[in-house]
Design a protein around this ligand. Structure first.
Ligand code: SAH
Length: 485
């Protein structure tokens, strides 16, 4: 170890900063956030320094560095734009055995500033000791994303209980076991949900009666497929869970991000294929949670949009199983963005409807009439098998057969494929291009925009159908595009 990482208590401790420009300002800001008493010497100062002086946060000395300024200071920062002055500060400080940091000159540093991740009172410091600052910064960004914001609050809460726990459990092993239980309990989720009173009560209960800690369920939206569209919270919970219960829409790349040693259970739900009945999935979640497991129920897109997230929670509630819900990017938003089709556009669509092509009971139908008006975009989930019916019903309800449609297969994934054409050819397009699930239907004038706004994957081709009659429809499509252009 070339350096020793230590955390220095700086509250009200005098620190000298030599320099009044932007570099000095950055260091001074860090020192102030640690509560240091700043004394800054420079011939002139950036505006922020003046403001800090007015707020009583810094003492400014207009002038040049002289060694006597080091008297009674704990640390010194040389942050001028003159190597000569910085060298003089370094020399004078080391002669007094003081710790000095010379900005951008590691050879003249008795101490260095690490990259900091601040979840006070949890602090993480990272440094490559000047060898690879960009790598250190990237590492910090990665950790920043992984470490939940509530970590500091959690540490603060448990900090308040430390002495009580110490009094109750005399052995170190018993204390450790207690804390492990707390960090596996719903207390963490309650802090995360900003229910601090509840978390405190819960912690007190656990202390009064240490018991078998109960499990919980996270209903998590995994987005449409591209793993980078996961939310930070989804990733954190995927890393925390003991078991992950997922369905077929969750892409393999996303499953790879689940904690390595977590159990993974697939309850595939591909329309028309064998899948675990919803009742059984509900029961599985209940059983796992009641056995004390933290269960991540990972769902494609958003759990509350055609995702049966509501039904699963309804099943948990009577068992008093704790849960939380993490929204995900729904297929409509994800696929439209990656296809270059804005779902609304002031010139083309003033509203958008998300519709399911697959109703719970046979015979129940969406409200086709409400979808018949032009100037609205329809996004149809699970519409592939019923493409012919959808086409027929929409046209019967009054939507023009020439309305543009896009069929987006595997949206946001590397295999994304888009076929566009007209509503009157929808079923034929699905069949001819052998579109397979998952696929989303986008219907409305906004589809015309993809020719210009396309940015991801293959450039979309207007449909070219086999039969001569349909060839001309592709031409109609092109004509319509040029009219709109
Ligand atoms: N809860 C999910 C939807 C589940 S219903 C969400 O919010 O996105 C399943 C349907 O979603 C599929 O039949 C398909 O129509 C659509 N879908 C989901 N992911 C998709 C993707 N990557 N590409 C195209 N369609 C997708």
């Amino acid at each position: 170890m070339q350096y020793l990482p230590i955390f220095v208590q700086l509250t009200d401790k005098p620190v000298l900063v030599v320099g009044g420009g932007s570099v000095a300002l950055r260091k001074a800001g860090t020192l102030l956030s640690a509560g240091a008493k700043l004394i800054v010497v420079a011939p002139e100062f950036a505006a922020e320094f003046i403001a800090w002086q007015q707020q009583g946060k810094a003492e400014l000395i207009h002038g040049y560095f002289v060694p006597s300024l080091l008297d009674n200071k704990l640390l010194v920062i040389a942050a001028t734009n003159s190597d000569r002055v910085n060298a003089a500060v370094y020399k004078a400080a080391t002669a007094r055995n003081m710790l000095v940091n010379t900005v951008d000159d590691q050879a003249k540093c008795g101490f260095i500033f690490p990259a900091i991740i601040d979840r006070s009172p949890i602090l993480i410091a990272i440094s490559s000791f000047g060898t690879a600052p960009v790598l250190a910064r990237r590492l910090r960004e990665k950790l920043e994303a992984l470490l939940p914001q509530h970590l500091g609050t959690l540490a603060q809460l448990v900090g308040g209980f430390r002495s009580k726990v110490k009094a109750k459990f005399t052995s170190f092993a018993a204390r450790r076991q207690f804390w492990e239980g707390v960090f596996n309990s719903a207390v963490v989720r309650e802090v995360q949900a900003n229910q601090l009173d509840k978390a405190e009560q819960h912690l007190q209960q656990l202390l009064n009666a240490p018991q078998q800690l109960s499990g919980e369920v996270y209903i998590v939206g995994a987005g449409p497929g591209d793993p980078e569209l996961l939310t930070l919270k989804a990733l954190q919970l995927m890393q925390q869970a003991d078991v992950v219960v997922y369905d077929y829409l969750v892409s393999p790349q996303i499953i790879e991000l689940v904690r390595r040693d977590a159990e993974k259970i697939c309850v595939g739900k591909k329309a028309g294929e064998h899948s675990v009945p919803q009742q059984d999935t509900n029961q599985l979640l209940i059983d796992l949670a009641l056995s004390g497991k933290k269960v991540c129920r990972l769902k494609g897109g958003d759990p509350f949009i055609f995702g049966r997230g509501g039904e699963e929670i309804q099943a948990l509630v009577p068992h008093k199983i704790a849960f939380q819900v993490v929204p995900g990017i729904t297929a409509a938003a994800g696929c439209a963005a990656y296809a270059g089709i804005p779902l609304t556009h002031r010139d083309h669509a003033q509203s958008v409807q998300f519709v399911t092509g697959h109703c719970k009971s046979e015979g129940s139908e969406p409200e086709w009439l409400s979808m018949s008006k032009a100037n609205q975009t329809l996004v149809i989930y699970m519409g592939l098998m019923k493409a012919g019916h959808i086409q027929q019903q929409l046209i019967r309800a009054g939507r023009s057969g020439e309305t543009l449609v896009a069929i987006i297969e595997n949206g946001t994934r590397l295999e994304q494929r888009i076929v566009s054409g007209q509503l009157q050819d929808l079923a034929q397009l699905v069949q001819q291009h052998q579109i397979s699930s998952p696929a989303l239907l986008v219907i409305g004038d906004v589809v015309s925009l993809q020719q210009d706004l396309h940015w991801f994957g293959q450039r979309p081709q207007p449909a070219v159908l086999n039969q001569p009659a349909v060839f001309s429809q592709a031409t109609v499509f092109n004509q319509k595009l040029s009219q709109m252009a």
